[in-house]
Design a protein around this ligand. Structure first.
Ligand code: FES
Length: 130
């Protein structure tokens, strides 16, 4: 059995009642790896990734940066760069950070998420993967 999908100008997605498409619903997304492994292998959860995620969420909210057209802070599973963990990645710039503590998170929020300036000192080394 085969199925086909047709897209036409009359489809529901393009009706007059649908919201107008936007280039990007959020200006920036930051994803935190919160992956935890029970087998002793390196993982971001070993480095307080959940606390960093919560810190980022609260700082973004306190700065008035949260919401459509601004910033979204999201949980992620393993981003496959465990050797550099804990890691977070910011899109659309695709900038990877390896952070250590709350002050690093605060700097990412203020510099990158608010002002669009990459925090060079926290960049994940390009050659570090899993
Ligand atoms: S466990 Fe965080 S990148 Fe793999």
């Amino acid at each position: 059995m085969t199925h086909s999908i047709s897209i036409s100008p009359n489809s529901a997605a393009q009706s007059d009642s649908a919201p107008a498409p936007t280039a990007s619903y959020y200006q920036r997304h930051i994803f935190f790896c919160l992956n935890e492994r029970g087998n002793g292998e390196a993982c971001c959860a070993q480095h307080d990734a959940v606390a960093a995620f919560e810190r980022c969420k609260s700082q973004v909210k306190a700065a008035g940066l949260a919401g459509p057209g601004q910033v979204r802070v999201n949980k992620a599973g393993c981003l496959d760069r465990c050797a550099a963990g804990p890691v977070a990645v910011v899109y659309p710039e695709a900038v990877w950070y390896s952070y250590v503590d709350a002050s690093d998170i605060d700097e990412i929020v203020e510099s990158h998420l608010r002002n669009g300036q990459v925090v060079q000192r926290l960049l994940t080394p390009a050659d570090l993967g899993r």
